[in-house]
Design a protein around this ligand. Structure first.
Ligand code: BG6
Length: 471
């Protein structure tokens, strides 16, 4: 009897971001992006100019090796490939009058390859790679002018790639700005430095930009399907105390406000109290409120981990994806201290569907781990059973959520080919099915090798989930 609950047409695949794999940071007319001055990810403040220790400048050289890379994804049987367009390849300074043709042509070539193998593209417009000039000359998303720059960029790529791209995501992990103003909002301040007023004004500008881009998309192609993209981190009360439960709820509401606006087209009531308490008065025009009504077709999200919440200030904090949070003693953690919680993915899918009633798309999930490349004589490989176990257990929970009746469009695992990590800007933290020979010092042949997980995922896709190991 058929065990798999994955529907026909489920979009299996993987995800990447331009700044983490393309390299060629100054080729093809590309301008600098904020990532080009973040050699240590979130670990130290940005530098004045690019420095040679920034692995992202070279990436995994996908800019020159995209054909080989996409052929490998096709070999795994990918149905969908999520990638981002580097905004600074299209508008090198963000405020240019005309787009850069060489940049546009590069993504044409990517789409040519995907079409060759029948792989559906899923394109992120802005994945932590705002043009640096918009950060340094305009103050990033604190400045209302960024709305127009972004909409112009979005309009340009919508027009260029219509008929070739159906699925678009407006901003990667749009709620990250609450925790990381530079990476999420191109605002060169730490969370401690930025005022709540400035932060929420920047959030407002991003929300309006996303909604206006969505409105433009509707006029360009009826075929477009537009999604927002949020970090999903389930927050559990550390203790069964009402105060902890409420803290978990309130933090969840703050994370969810981005999805609320994208889905409902208006600000949630819970925010009004936050605004009042912090004496925040936002500059919101009548037109902004009308534009926010351009809501999304689906909600996409990243899921890596859950956290605990408590009002106890002495509770130990754990590591984690951008958000961080209180350490949950009930779950194991990865080498980087991120909680491993497969059931949390089912929990996230349920809570988001209950809240938004929109189709959901898991566009990031995976395990960052240290891999050992072993020589097998004719080839080299990685025996990454830890990654296989992680993904198997998460996919089994996705299947449970499907049985819960939740419409799930697809699953793109993060960093399907090894790439530079976002939070720590290192190569050692690998997520891929494909090993890339490059180390933290930027040394290596850049050769690609299939890991054990490559063959495992290929089988999962070929059997539409039938081959998963259920407990
Ligand atoms: C998400 C980002 O936050 O997590 C990715 O969208 C990132 O860009 C991924 O790479 C994993 O984080 P890290 O820090 O391990 O690369």
């Amino acid at each position: 009897m058929k065990k798999s609950a994955f529907p026909e047409g489920f979009l299996w695949g993987g995800a990447t971001a331009a700044n983490q794999l393309e390299g060629a940071f100054d080729e093809g007319g590309k301008g600098l992006s904020i990532q080009d001055v973040m050699p240590n990810g979130l670990m130290t403040p940005p530098t004045e100019a690019p420095t040679s220790d920034n692995l992202k400048l070279k990436g995994i050289d996908h800019y020159h090796r995209y054909q080989e890379d996409i052929a490998l994804l096709a070999d795994m049987g990918f149905k969908v490939y999520r990638f981002s367009i580097a905004w600074s390849r299209i508008f090198p300074n963000g405020d240019n009058e005309e787009p850069n043709e060489e940049g546009l042509a590069f993504y044409d070539r990517i789409l040519d390859e995907l079409e060759k193998y029948g792989i559906e593209p899923l394109v992120t417009l802005s994945h932590y790679e705002t043009p640096l000039n918009l950060a340094r000359s305009y103050g990033g998303w604190s400045n209302r002018k960024l709305i127009d720059f972004y909409v112009k960029y979005a309009t340009t790529v919508f027009n260029r790639y219509k008929g070739r791209v159906k699925y678009w995501l407006t901003f990667n992990e749009v709620n990250s700005i609450l925790h990381q103003p530079f990476m999420g909002g191109a605002i060169e301040k730490t969370r401690e430095e930025i005022t709540e007023q400035e932060l929420y004004q920047a959030i407002h500008h991003i929300m309006v930009a996303s909604a206006r881009a969505t409105a433009v998309a509707r006029t360009i192609s009826q075929d477009f399907s537009i999604g927002c993209m949020v970090i999903s981190v389930p927050r559990y009360p550390l203790r069964p105390r009402p105060e902890d439960a409420f803290k978990a709820l309130r933090e969840t509401q703050l994370d969810a406000l981005f999805g609320d606006i994208h889905v409902n087209g208006e600000y949630p009531n819970t925010l009004l109290r936050v605004f009042k308490e912090h004496e925040i008065e936002l500059d919101i025009s009548e037109q902004d409120l009308v534009d926010l009504r351009n809501t999304v077709d689906f909600v996409s999200f990243s899921y890596y981990m859950s956290v605990a919440e408590t009002t106890d200030p002495s509770a130990e904090r754990g590591g984690g994806n951008i958000m961080g949070g209180v350490k949950n003693p009930e779950v194991e953690v990865s080498d980087w201290g991120w909680a491993i919680d497969p059931v949390g993915l089912r929990y996230a899918l349920n809570t988001m569907y209950d809240r938004w009633h929109k189709p959901l798309f898991i566009v990031e999930n995976g395990l960052g781990a240290v891999d050992q490349l072993v020589d097998e004589g004719t080839t080299k490989t990685v025996h990454d059973d830890y990654r296989i176990n992680y993904m198997n257990d998460h996919l089994v929970q996705v299947e449970e959520a499907l049985k819960d009746g939740i419409p799930i469009m697809g699953y793109t695992s993060w960093g399907c080919i090894d790439l530079i990590s976002a939070s720590t800007a290192e190569m050692k933290k690998r997520y891929g099915f494909i090993y890339v020979d490059l180390d933290n010092n930027g040394e290596g042949t850049l050769d690609r090798y299939r890991k054990d997980s490559f063959y495992w995922y290929k089988e999962v896709i070929a059997t539409n989930g039938e081959s998963l190991k259920r407990g």
